[in-house]
Each structure stands twice: as C-alpha cells, then as structure tokens.
Design a protein around this ligand. Sequence first.
Ligand code: SIN
Length: 497
Amino acid sequence: MNKPLTCHNYINGQWISAKSGKSFESLNPANGRECIATVPLSGSADVQAAVTAARQAYQSWRLVPAPVRSEIVHRIGEGLLARKKELATLMSREMGKILTEAQGDVQEGIDCAFYYAGEGRRLFGQTTPSELGNKFAMTLRMPIGVAALITPWNFPIAIPCWKALPALVCGNTLIFKPAKDVSACATLLTEIIAEAGVPPGVFNLVHGSGEEVGQSLTSHPEVDLVSFTGSSQTGAEVAAICGRSHKRVSLEMGGKNAQIVMEDADLELALEGALWGAFGTTGQRCTATSRLILHRDIKADFTAKLLDKTRKLRLGAGTDPHTDVGPLVNEAQLKRVKYYLEVAQDEGVTILTGGKQAQGEGLDQGYFFEPTILDGVESQMRVAQEEIFGPVVSLIEVGSFEEAIAIINDSRYGLSSAVYTQNVNRAFQAMRDIEAGITYINGPTIGAEVHLPFGGVKATGNGHREAGTAALDIFSEWKTVYVDFSGQLQRAQIDNR
Ligand code: SIN
C-alpha cells in the first residue's frame, strides 16, 4: 500500500488546510482499507476565502487577452500530458476505473485543453449592418465573473476540464468543488493548473461535502455562475437556489440511456456496443446503457450471446491490467445498486446473471457488484425508469421500430441514445424522433468527444451544453455594441421611411 497523500485546499495561490482543521479520508474502492489521501473538510469560511480571492482576481484576469489566457490553457494540456500515467494510476486507485479508461479520462482533459487553447484566438462574435448609416454593430463575448464548478466522481479529470478550461479562456475566475471520492485526483489537476501559470486567485480548489461547500458556493451572493454535474435531484435544488439569486446555472444531470437493436442490425456490432455501454466504467457513466430495447426476432439470440460475454467479464481492481470491470465507487453506491436489485425482484423481473455483490479472491474488501442483466422488464417498471448508476442493464422486448422509439422516449431523462440498424430510413427517423441530447447510430451510448456539444433534454439538463463551442455560451455573456460615427443623434425605432 502506498503512503496516503495529504491534500490541501488551493486558495489565492496558496495550499492551505481547512479553517476548521478537520479532514476526511478518500478510500480505495477496490480495497476499502486503503486510504488514498487525507483531505480538508472545508466549510463556509473556506468558501468565503476562495470567493474573496476569485472576486479580486477577476478584475485583472478579465483584462488578460483571451489568446494569452489560452496559452496558459495550452500549458495545462502539456502538464496533463506529461503526468498522464501518474494521474491515470491515481484515478484508478482512487475511484476504481480500469487503467485504460482512466488514461482515456485524462486524454479527454488533454484534448479539451488543446481544443479550448485554440478557442482563445477565436471567441467569435458577430458583426452585422446597422439599420442606420454611419453606424456599426457587433457582438462580443464577455466573461460572467466568479464561477463555481461542482463536479462528480465518475470523470475526475475530464469533467472538471470540460468546465474549467472554457471558463478560463472566457475570462472567469473559478472555485472548483470536486466530489469527495476523487479529492486526490482533483488536487493533482489543480497542481497542474497552478504550475501552468494561472495567476493567484484565478483558480481555487475547496474540498468538502456538497452539503457544506456545495451549498455555500451555490448560495454565495458573490458567485455569479454555478456549473453542476450530478443527480437530477441535487440539480433541482441547485437550480432553485440559483434561480432565487439570479445566478446563471448550467446543469448536467441524470440519464436512463437506451440502446435499440433492430432485427436488421449487425448483431455482433450491437453486442459489442451493449457490453461496452452497459458495463464500461462499471455502469457509472451518465451516458451508460441501462436499457436494451430488443426487437423480438433477435432477442433470444442476442440475449444468449450477451449473457455469454457478460459472464466472461473479469472483475477486479482497476489497476490490474486483466480487469474488465472495476468496483463501484463507494459503499453508498454499492447499497444503491443492491437496493435496485431488491426493487427488480419485487417487480417480478428475471435476473439472468449477476444480481449480487461479487465475492472471491481480491474482491472481498472492495465494492464489487456482478455485471447484471435483467429480463422481462417493462417500460413503466422502476428499474426501467430510475437511474441505477451501476453495472445493471434491463432488457425490454419490442415488436416494431415505432414501439422501440416510443419506449426509448418513455423516460423523464434524455441524455444519450443508440440505435443499431442497417436501414438508413430508420436511422434518420431515429435521429429525428428520439428525445435525447445525443443519438448514436450503430455505436454505443457512451463515448462523447470534446469538440461536440454534450448534454441532454428533459430532467437531464437545463438547456445548456458542455464541450465544443456550446460551452462558451455557458461561460460567457453576449454584449451588443453599437458605434455611431455619424456625429449626430440618429434615432433607431423611428418610422422615418
Ligand atoms: C459521461 O457519461 O459523463 C461521459 C461521456 C461519455 O462517455 O459519453
């Protein structure tokens, strides 16, 4: 076992402890006895210090030219690249993701840095003719101010980068509140950001709980913007607090993503997609496949093959290169998945494989759950409607393409979706008719790319999109500028024609 790291908050360019002097431990989910880091348990006094620093730094940071801000973001990308292996190994130990996925998570942060570094030389506005002579009209992107970034544990580097890097390029100052389970990863990311030359106060890190730190940030009058990724329930509370104080809020919340497999699909391809979508990251992605909507003509064949492949998945610590499926992130998550298996039994669902906590050599000290397939699921059942966030997939049988579309849309969420078909007409109908922010044709529900908008409809989001140029709309505000060079009063909105 490695010696635990000692994490600190990062406020105004200084690494400091929580004012309370209290701390908590971040544990290895593959072995709950191993402490990865001791971390400050911060409170409202620490939030206040971070907000003061961020508010003060904002006045100079907003005036740094965007191409210069983006040079720093480019250096963050280089720092991530240089420490990719170290970060990925730490991530795997701290939250359980298998090493190749952890490297992918860091790579997404790197891609994000290089993408937004380029954006600093664009940040395009518009020029447009004025309705009056000798008058010029244009739009500019302005920063918002102090932004709080509240991030989850499932993508410890990628998701903070999705938020922080466009926010920095746009000229905001930041307070980063990571999930407690990934405090060490957040500390290393902050180290890289600080070493890239971000001035003191521009990027601050405050560790602690959502109840204390998240709540204080969200309700703080000097915080102008909250960008939150997490559950729909917490997102609704964040939105309510922000709404009362007229804060901008961007929410990325739950999903109940489905993959449709039609009778004309390439079944081998659809199988690979289902396996990866359902059990990749132990099912702990917002975009994970938790419903498989199968045409009745292929269901028996597809299910038999899926069962066979699922039973062969190897469980273990994410750091073991032979592992296919790592542990759940913590005990609460394990309890949640177990609870949904009880719900499934009460609903009369058949458990084809899995359904219980995994036991065996190397598994007993961790939060391992067997990859699980539920059969005989109907769309209105709780297991088909509620987000489980674990390695559990429900099979739903349909008799037609229209029925499949109706079932995929029978959800309060609308993040990701996938359709496997060889029929081009169905593919285009699916793109048009599925109520989701993301639709994959002949690809799994997971696998977002940083230069495309990411987000969802219904209870998944509040209309914003992360990543791509869409993220600039979260972290900047339009200013419309009119320049009158006629030397006389020209009145618009007067009918003088
Ligand atoms: C996520 O689900 O949060 C990550 C994006 C993806 O894999 O599509």
